[in-house]
Design a protein around this ligand. Structure first.
Ligand code: UD1
Length: 355
C-alpha cells in the first residue's frame, strides 16, 4: 500500500511525525509532499529534523499569498504529483489551506482521500480553518476523528458512515518528545533570564487576533500587564502585522522570542507557570502536560480542555488577566485525546480500507 501525505504548515509537520513512524513500522510506502506554505526554517525544516521525519519527497515551493492565490497554486501543482504517484490513499491533515487543496485535488482525480483530525468544529464561519475543515470533511472518503466530540459532529452532518475514531496523533508525538525533554532545563529560555515556573509562555498568530490593529493592540496590552514575564514566541504573521500596525511588542512583561523547535517548545511549556495562546495545538498540548492554559479566542474546537478546567477562553485584556490568575485546575486523569497510539490505528484503518 502507498500513502501520500500532503503537509505544508507547522502543526502538520508535528502530526506527520507519528504517522511516518507508524507507516514505516507497518512496511507501508509513504510519500511526503510539502506544499511550501510554511518556508521559514523555524516553521518547517527544524520539525523534519528534530522529529526524525527525513526530507519530503516532493516540495511544491508555493509560499505565501492570499487564500485564493495560495490554495490555487497548490491545487495546480498537486495534480501532477498525484498523477505521478497514484497512491492508494492521499492523507491530509488538520485545517490549513494545504489541507483543502490536497483534498480537492485528490477527490477530483478519484484518488481516495483520508482526513486526519476530521470533525473538529469551531462553528465560527469567519475562521479560514473552519471553511477548510468543513469542506475537507465533506470531500474526503475516510474521516479519521481524534475525539468522540468530533465523531458526533460528523454524524450530525450525515458523515457517520465514513467516520472512524482513532484518537489524536498529537498525543503520540507529545508523549514521545516529553520523555526526551523532561529532565533538561528549558535551555532556549535561559538567555531571557526566566526561572522554572516564573514565566508564562504565549503565542498569538490567528488572523482574527492579528489583522485588526485595535484587537491586536488590546491583546498585547493585556499580555504586557501580566504579573510574570511573558515569553511571546512570535510567529512571522504576528511580527509582520505588529510592524504594519506600528505596535511595539517588547514592552511591560512581554519578552519577544523567535518560534521554538518542537522539543524546545515542549520543554519551555513544561517549565512555564501557564500558557496563553490562540493556537489549537498548544491548547491541547498544555492539557496533556497539565499546564493551565488561557485561550485568546471566543470559542475552541478542543472543548474537552475547557470542560475539564485546564483551559479558559478569554477575549479581552481583563479576561486574560483573570484567567491567568485563576485557581489551579483540579487534577484529572481523563484521556479525551487518546492513548498515544493513534498513528498506528490510522495506518491500520487505511490498510483495512485500501483499494
Ligand atoms: C497557517 C494556517 C493556520 C495554522 C498556522 C500554523 C491556514 C489558513 N492557516 O496560518 O490554521 O494555525 O498556519 O502556524 O492555512 N509567513 C512567513 N514565513 C512562513 C510562513 C508564513 O513569514 O514560513 C508569513 C507571511 O507573511 C504569510 C503569513 O505569515 O503571509 C501567513 O502565513 P500563512 O501560511 O498564510 O498562514 P498562517 O498564519 O501561518
Amino acid at each position: 500500500m502507498k500513502i501520500l501525505s500532503v503537509v505544508g504548515a507547522r502543526p502538520q509537520f508535528v502530526k506527520l511525525a507519528p504517522i511516518n513512524k507508524a507507516a514505516r513500522a507497518a512496511g507501508v510506502e509513504h510519500v511526503i509532499v510539502h506544499t511550501g506554505q510554511h518556508y521559514d526554517p523555524m516553521l518547517s525544516d527544524v520539525f523534519f529534523e528534530d522529529l526524525g521525519i527525513g526530507t519530503p519527497h516532493v516540495h511544491l515551493g508555493v509560499g505565501s499569498g492570499s487564500h485564493g492565490v495560495q490554495t490555487g497554486a497548490m491545487l495546480s501543482a498537486l495534480d501532477v504529483v498525484l498523477d505521478e504517484h497514484r497512491p492508494d490513499w492521499v492523507l491530509v491533515y488538520g485545517d490549513t489551506n494545504s489541507t483543502i487543496a490536497a483534498a480537492l485535488s485528490a477527490v477530483k482525480m478519484h484518488i481516495p482521500v483520508a482526513h486526519l483530525e476530521a470533525g473538529l468544529r469551531s462553528f465560527n464561519r469567519r475562521m479560514p480553518e473552519e471553511h477548510n475543515r468543513v469542506m475537507t470533511d465533506h470531500a474526503a472518503d475516510l474521516l479519521l476523528a481524534p475525539t468522540q466530540v468530533a465523531v458526533d459532529h460528523l454524524a450530525a452532518e450525515g458523515l457517520a458512515a465514513r467516520t472512524r475514531l482513532v484518537g489524536d496523533v498529537m498525543t503520540d508525538v507529545l508523549f514521545d518528545v516529553r520523555k526526551q525533554v523532561e529532565d533538561r532545563p528549558s535551555t532556549p529560555l535561559q538567555e531571557l533570564g526566566v526561572e522554572r515556573l516564573g514565566y508564562y509562555l504565549a503565542t498569538i498568530h490567528r488572523a482574527e487576533n492579528t489583522d485588526d490593529a485595535a484587537r491586536l493592540g488590546h491583546i498585547v496590552a493585556g499580555l504586557a500587564a501580566l504579573d510574570k514575564p511573558v515569553i511571546l514566541l512570535a510567529h512571522p504573521r504576528l511580527t509582520a502585522k505588529a510592524a504594519a500596525h506600528g505596535l511595539e511588542l517588547d514592552k511591560g512583561a512581554l519578552r519577544v522570542h523567535a518560534p521554538l523547535a518542537y522539543p524546545d517548545l515542549i520543554a519551555a511549556a513544561l517549565s512555564s507557570a501557564g500558557i496563553v495562546t490562540d493556537s489549537g495545538g498548544l491548547q491541547k498540548e498544555a492539557f496533556l502536560m497539565r499546564v493551565p492554559c488561557t485561550t485568546v479566542r471566543t470559542e475552541t474546537e478542543w472543548v474537552e480542555t475547557v470542560e475539564l478546567g485546564w483551559n479558559r477562553l478569554a477575549g479581552t485584556a481583563e479576561e486574560i488577566a483573570a484567567a491567568v490568575r485563576r485557581e489551579p485546575p483540579v487534577p484529572t486523569d481523563a484521556t479525551p485525546y487518546g492513548d498515544g497510539h493513534a498513528a498506528e490505528r490510522v495506518v491500520e484503518v487505511l490498510l483495512a480500507h485500501a483499494g
